[in-house]
Ligand binder design. Structure first.
Ligand code: PBG
Length: 330
């Protein structure tokens, strides 16, 4: 035991202080736990598209028809899940991705169906063109490059169409410059001023989106997304992305992927007061699912630990393919 100079009070160290005392029982550990998982903070992604494709290895990435999406929405709501994030895989793709803003498109129909089957569920939509373009890039092309400014108008149209079909919030994931402002303006002009924007502000060009691209059929036909998504080496740039999105009118920010970016989540949390989401992406899910199936680790424990780490890093909201499982685990 040492003492602080000038004070009679002893500073306790080992053996007086023993941190293991509060780890002795489940009840004590529960009492002093700093981070807790609550289903209220979780969002389940849902894929809706042609030829329902059950992905047995990765049940969270199963593809639904409009009808089964409606049933799934109802089931999720009855399990206590509060929100879903919708992705659409259209019947036909073209160079512009016109299926994205078709008022009778796959996401628009799913929104109406789920609104009826599960009226209280929060319906978020991913706003991007990559699932709808024949070339798989997130915007329209000018030669081999994605044309930023030409894409903005199409994203805005898509967001308006989603909101008109009943989306509670729209989430642009394309990483074009200026998309939040373009979407905010278009929503306001369409009398949809009450629809919030959840901006995928710091979205990195990540290898962890692989399983998603299979499920959503959105792998780029050539090249990659590094010309618009962020370089995983950068964190200051993530803060600039967030700053711009806040200035353009974002209501919530997002960091994606989650586990490789816990430091980015922490940095954004410390700098901004907006609600912050983190996307626990398909590759993060697939890794643990696969390792669990091989008996290398306990999937449930590993998933709970990962999701807790994402919350501990500072995320308010977590988008995760484990959300449905979590409803049973918690
Ligand atoms: C669409 C989009 C992607 C993801 C979410 N929205 C794919 C991509 O950017 O290539 C990835 C989600 C996941 O991997 O779970 N742009």
């Amino acid at each position: 035991m040492g003492t602080v100079p000038g004070y009679a009070v002893p500073v306790s160290t080992f053996p007086v202080t023993r941190l293991r005392r509060l780890r002795r029982t489940d009840a004590l550990r529960g009492l002093v736990r700093e981070t807790r998982l609550s289903l209220d903070d979780f969002v389940m992604p849902l894929f809706v598209g042609r030829e329902p494709l059950a992905n047995h290895d990765l049940p969270g990435l199963a593809r639904h028809s409009v009808d089964t999406a409606a049933t799934e929405g109802q089931e999720l709501a009855s399990l206590g899940v509060g929100a879903v994030l919708l992705f659409g895989i259209p019947e036909e793709k073209d160079a512009q991705g016109s299926g994205a803003w078709d008022d009778d498109g796959i996401v628009q129909r799913a929104l109406r169906a789920i609104r009826t089957s599960a009226p209280g569920l929060v319906l978020l939509t991913d706003v991007c063109l990559c699932e709808y373009t024949s070339h798989g890039h997130c915007g329209v092309l000018a030669g081999e490059e994605v044309d930023n400014d030409e894409t903005l108008e199409l994203l805005a149209r898509t967001a308006v169409s989603h909101a008109e079909a009943g989306a509670d919030a729209v989430a642009p994931s394309d990483m074009m410059d200026g998309r939040v402002a373009a979407i905010r303006t278009a929503l306001d002009e369409a009398d949809l001023g009450a629809t919030p924007i959840l901006a995928y502000s710091a979205k990195y060009a990540s290898a962890f989106y692989g399983p998603f691209r299979d499920a959503a059929e959105s792998t780029p036909a050539f090249g990659d997304r590094r010309g618009y998504q962020m370089d995983p080496a950068n964190v200051r740039e993530a803060l600039r992305e967030c700053e711009l999105d806040v200035a353009e009118g974002a209501d919530m920010l997002m960091v994606k992927p989650a586990l490789p970016c816990l430091d980015v989540i922490r940095a954004v949390r410390e700098r901004f007061d907006l609600p912050l989401a983190a996307y626990n992406v398909s590759g993060e899910y697939a890794m643990l699912k696969t390792a669990g199936a091989k008996g290398l680790l306990d999937e449930r424990q590993a998933a709970l630990e990962s999701l807790t780490a994402i919350k501990r890093a500072g995320a308010d909201v977590v988008i995760s393919y484990w959300t449905k499982d979590l409803a049973r685990w918690l």
